[in-house]
Write a protein that binds this ligand. Structure first.
Ligand code: GLC
Ligand code: MG
Length: 248
């Protein structure tokens, strides 16, 4: 057995089936201790919201924590995000212009303050309204000269991020930092903000069985042999995928 880099989303991917997560955690912790496997969580949550989750669920401490949809990278127990990544995202980012542009759309309801981050502006949006609002918002941002990306997840959350950041780009940064090859790296997810973990990637990908329609639809339109769609849900699906790829 050789070490691998394990990158996973939390809500409805690692977290969602307590029993399966307990079994997966045991396997991963053993692998970490025996072979030097590294654990990375990549969540849409802010650091505060992640810390709240750790009081409710028995999560293993990760080696690196990626918060706010790839825009903040925390090394071990550091409370300060990686400054190189932070610096990189500042280039050309105009947060005020993003907020003012989004304010023109009545269908966008701002998320709580805790989820508004330096490089992530977040709203709630209904699935019906999304069909029209997203392309219009993208055009407006472009007109305003902001190099941003709009990500819709779970049929209700809309995040606006700098072009240089998403879960996929943050994974590449962390993979290179920890010196793992793509073929020894695996990412797991269930919803729209996880598409970047799977898009045009050499890393292995696991989509859990309970994945959201937005991710399943994208997966069908963009097939990739490095990606596995599990039958089982949440952590059970991750375990299934890790065995499929021979990591465990
Ligand atoms: C998490 C975050 C929220 C974000 C969503 C999708 O739920 O708390 O701000 O919109 O993930 O990325
Ligand atoms: Mg999720």
């Amino acid at each position: 057995m050789k070490p691998f880099l394990f990158v996973t989303d939390l809500d409805h991917t690692l977290v969602g089936d307590d029993r399966a997560m307990h079994e997966l955690n045991q396997r991963l912790e053993q692998h970490r201790q025996q072979y030097g496997t590294k654990l990375v969580y990549s969540t849409g949550r802010s650091l505060t919201s992640y810390q709240h989750l750790t009081t409710e669920k028995s999560l293993l401490p990760p080696d690196i924590l990626i918060c706010a949809v790839g825009t903040e990278i925390y090394h071990q127990d550091s409370k300060e995000p990686d400054s190189i990544w932070f610096q990189k995202l500042s280039v050309g980012w105009q947060r005020d212009v993003v907020v003012n542009s989004a304010a023109r759309f009545v269908d966008l309801t701002p998320q709580p303050d805790s989820e508004q981050r330096p490089f992530k502006v977040s709203y709630f949006l209904s699935e019906q309204a999304a069909v029209e609002v997203i392309p219009d918002l993208e055009s407006l941002l472009e007109e305003q000269g902001v190099d941003a990306q709009v990500i819709f997840s779970g049929g209700k959350d809309l995040d606006i991020l700098p072009r240089q950041a998403n879960k996929g780009m943050a994974m590449t940064f962390v993979r290179q930092f920890l010196e793992f090859e793509s073929a020894r790296t695996v990412a797991c997810g269930d919803s729209g903000n996880d598409i970047a973990l799977f898009c045009d990637r050499q890393e292995r990908g696991i989509i859990v069985g309970n994945a959201r329609p937005e991710l399943l639809h994208w997966h069908r339109v963009n097939p990739n042999p490095n990606r596995y769609l599990a039958l089982a849900e949440c952590a059970g699906g991750i375990l299934e995928g890790l065995q499929h790829f021979g990591f465990l």
